[in-house]
Design a protein around this ligand. Structure first.
Ligand code: UFG
Length: 326
């Protein structure tokens, strides 16, 4: 049987870690990426096709030629504040492109569609840890675009029988221990790489957004999940659907969080460097606490975390930051 898996956005941070694991598990990932944010160097040992999901004709011929058995859909814009100032950019790339991809997936009867969703669909949560049944009420167009794709998935499932798993990522972090791939966003907006780049001296200081949140130390709390564990969840979701398991929407987090100050202190300890910082106003749209209720991913997919350890997360990110290849 064919083991071809189409991976959109496979040259990006999370996608590239999943591609590496797919290869290790004997699959044949084909990366489709327009390289607007992805890196050619991040695609290790898999075929990379440069193309854009907004191009329907291209997508049609791609599916006809390759006949993938499954699709993993990572390609999307991800900068929340930019989605507020330029929502149509987000709806065009994150929605229209996904409509095209879903059409091609349905026409070609793929056996599995795995979608990169986000905790951003919950908006400001009414309860934490957040269960999957929590109301979906995003507070920015990025989160809205993810929630709308989730609606499209359930509609496509009901109408055409498309088997899907939607994975709501909490805070992906860390890097593959090989040091070959890691997080490389431009511009970088995420906490851990910004702290480490400040430790290295690439940045003068770190700006801490808000110390007056209703948390123990006044800074936001996040559920950081190591990118290799997240990659493992994708393989389990794929195998679940290939074995005719039911379609699912699942949180991806460890079920406990760390505050921004705790992460800052741990980053100083691991890097053995000073991390100068300045306290700033709250960043608009940041919920105080985002922690997943994480039982379902274990119950439905049998997920067993291997990297549930902030030290390990920061150590792997630090090794990557010290020897970045792209
Ligand atoms: N932070 C700072 N200074 C910075 C960057 C971040 O203090 O320079 C703080 C933020 O205010 C927040 C925490 O660090 O409290 C984590 O911020 P990140 O930007 O690393 O991550 P977010 O929790 O904002 O974002 C993540 C995903 C988004 C997703 C969002 C909500 O990266 O894609 O969760 O689910 F939309």
């Amino acid at each position: 049987m064919s083991r071809k898996i189409l991976v959109t956005g496979g040259a990006g941070y999370i996608g590239s870690h999943v591609v590496k694991l797919l290869l290790e598990k004997g699959y044949e990932p084909i990366v489709l990426d327009n390289l607007s944010a992805g890196h050619r160097e991040a695609v290790l040992g898999a075929r990379l096709v440069k193309g854009d999901l907004r191009d329907k004709a291209f997508l049609k011929s791609f599916f006809e030629a390759e006949k993938p058995i499954a699709v993993m859909h990572f390609a999307a814009y991800i900068v929340v504040p930019e989605s507020v100032t330029d929502p149509l950019k987000y709806y065009e790339n994150n929605l229209s492109a996904t409509v095209n991809l879903l059409q091609a997936s349905v026409e070609n009867k793929v056996s599995a569609f795995i979608f990169s969703s986000s905790a951003a669909v919950y908006g400001v949560p009414k309860e934490v840890p957040i269960p999957e049944e929590h109301p979906v009420s995003p507070i920015n167009p990025y989160g809205t675009s993810k929630a709308m794709v989730e609606n499209m998935l359930t509609d496509c499932h009901n109408a055409y029988g498309l088997p899907y798993v939607s994975l709501r990522y909490f805070n992906a972090a860390g890097a593959d221990p090989s040091g070959l791939i890691g997080e490389a966003h431009n511009p970088e907006t995420h906490l851990i790489p910004l702290l480490l780049q400040t430790a290295i001296g690439k940045r003068e200081k770190f700006y801490l957004f808000g110390t007056d949140y209703p948390t123990s130390d006044g800074t936001c709390i996040r559920d950081f999940i190591h990118v290799n564990d997240l990659a493992e969840v994708h393989i389990l979701a794929l195998e679940h659907l290939l074995n005719k398991g039911e379609s699912l929407t699942l949180n991806c987090g460890y079920g406990h969080g760390y505050s921004v100050k705790e992460v800052l202190e741990e980053a100083k300890r691991i890097t053995k460097r000073d991390i100068p910082y300045e306290i700033k106003e709250r960043r608009p749209g940041d919920p105080p606490i985002l922690v997943a209720k994480s039982e379902n991913v274990k119950k439905f997919l049998g997920f067993l975390p291997k990297f549930d350890d902030l030290t390990r997360i920061i150590e792997t990110a630090w090794q990557w930051e010290l020897n970045r290849r792209y």
